[in-house]
Design a protein around this ligand. Structure first.
Ligand code: HEC
Length: 122
């Protein structure tokens, strides 16, 4: 009997039935947009095209265009999460991309990812 209960629990957890939505990678793009304006827009640009004012003078690195589905298909949600939390240097990218660990909550990063994903319309 105990085993059956354990088995059922494992299935429920595995299917995400017990996890909050954001932990399943389903953030809120509206919240994400606000966070983007506050934290990311100056480099990534209002539309996420990678043309923010803080990057105008930087010629050595090209940011991805978040509205380009082909470009964004190269990144899994986990990739986007890791880059945002740990920063560019942690994934072999430019250290100009700051790490947001300790600045943004896990949920907020998933909200941002939901926003980023909403920009590239196929
Ligand atoms: C100070 C400028 C700066 C800020 C602020 C910034 N980024 Fe970045 N970000 C970069 C740079 C530069 C890269 C490109 C790194 C590379 O390709 O080597 C990058 C890359 C990324 C990437 C990988 C795809 C891409 O666009 O090239 C993601 C995802 C990302 N940033 C998310 C965020 C999020 C989310 C925020 C806000 C919470 C943010 N960034 C804030 C500079 C910034």
């Amino acid at each position: 009997m105990k085993r059956i209960i354990h088995g059922t629990l494992a299935v429920l957890v595995a299917t995400g039935a017990f996890l909050p939505l954001w932990a399943q990678g389903k953030g809120d793009p509206k919240v994400g947009k606000e966070l983007h304006i506050k934290n990311c827009q100056r480099c990534h640009g209002e539309q996420g095209k990678g043309d923010g004012p803080a990057m105008k003078a930087v010629k050595t690195v090209k940011l991805a265009d978040w509205t380009n589905p082909t470009e964004m298909a190269k990144y899994s949600d986990q990739d986007l999460y890791k880059i945002t939390m740990e920063g560019g240097a942690a994934v072999g990218k430019s250290k100009l991309m700051p790490a947001y660990k300790g600045k943004l909550k896990e949920k907020e990063v998933w909200d941002l990812i939901a926003f980023i994903r909403s920009l590239a319309k196929k």
